[in-house]
Design a protein around this ligand. Sequence first.
Ligand code: GLU
Ligand code: MG
Length: 446
Amino acid sequence: MTPMFTLAQRIEALHVQGVHSVMATFTDLHGVPKGKLLPLEALPAAVASGAGFAGPSIVGTGLPRMGPRSEYHGRVVPDSLRPLPWLPGVAHAVCDGFAGGEPLDTCSRQVLQRQLARLRERGWTFHVGIEPEFFLLRRGEDGRWGVADAEDRLDKPSYDLKAMVRNHGFLDDMRRHLTALGFGLQQTDHEDATGQYEINYRHDEALAAADRFQLFKLTAHAVADQHGMVFSCMPKPLANAPGSGLHFHISLTDELGCPLMADAGGPMGLSPLGLRFAAGLLEHGDALAALCAPTVNSYKRLAVSESASGTTWSPVWKAVGENNRTCVLRTVEGRLEWRLPDASCNVYAALAATLAAGLDGIDRDLPAPEACDADLYQRHAAGDPMPPRLPRDLHEALAALRADALLRDDLGEAFCEQFLALKRAEWDAYAQQVSDWELERYADGF
Ligand code: GLU
Ligand code: MG
């Protein structure tokens, strides 16, 4: 639908397509899409004043139980309306969070929009290609989680075509639905762990890319469920195999659409502005980890470990290199591939923080980072000096975010307070656990 349509015309068009309901969605602080179904006739009110939700029931709003601000109003963004090919009669819609008639400062979609507004003042656009890696899992009869496809057990599972054929039902349903939703599908492959896949689709302006990733997750959950499997965004479900990243391919353009970060003749293919953006990401890397890799499990992925294919390709060190996948930041044809994020992140918050850090690099004119042309895994194995490490666990990452005044200010105190409180509780709950590994190691060990 083009933005030229009036709301009445959109409703009529949806009606003609057999749509009777709207799934009005928002994203909670953990990055999970939530929402409710509304009859199509309720759409004008949902656009004007918002669909109502009990504010405190939504993770991370910080809204009170009583009074005018207790209600979370999800205002439907009309441009986001899309009939869902996997749920006939229902159109998906994205909402912005409001409370008491004001934009809600803890709504992550608005946190991102605030950063994008800073860019618009400069006439710039932030483009992002989001690369989802994920697992297809199933809970076994013994109650334990495992890879859904029991035959998927190659030593080197990268690009395994036999597993792709066995799972064609799921993968082809994804192709059909993502195509109908206008995703611009590019490729699908088996990733480097058993049960792990990656689906790539066209990049977009950052807000649209974030909305699209949320719709990707919703679609993949529904399709996997139809095939008796669970679509998993867990960063590292298998201890001895690579985890799943959610790499962001990022670039900036000016008001004429010309790339700002690329320079074929510059170091690593970057312009001075691209180098400063990269410097900002490295400078704020520890605090960014809290937002880009926000779960206890994220740090099981961001570790030095071997896989059957020789490496997990997960980022461990804060360095940038031209087409160097062993660094947290890889440059590819004048773009930056930010390899820190995983799919357990709130994609709006992770993108907002990434942009804020890059802009800080530009505004403070941070010195260009040195190009890393070493295989860092190899260098580490040889015991050579390494670039600084990313945080080793969520606790360290949260402390870094707490100490990063610039990021906290850019993301907003209200959002950061909610985020830090929830994530601290997550860490504390984890720290109290006694794992199988500990029992095996210590129970009769002394
Ligand atoms: N799965 C790896 C990660 O955790 C990335 C593999 C790749 O480069 O595609 O980031
Ligand atoms: Mg990959």
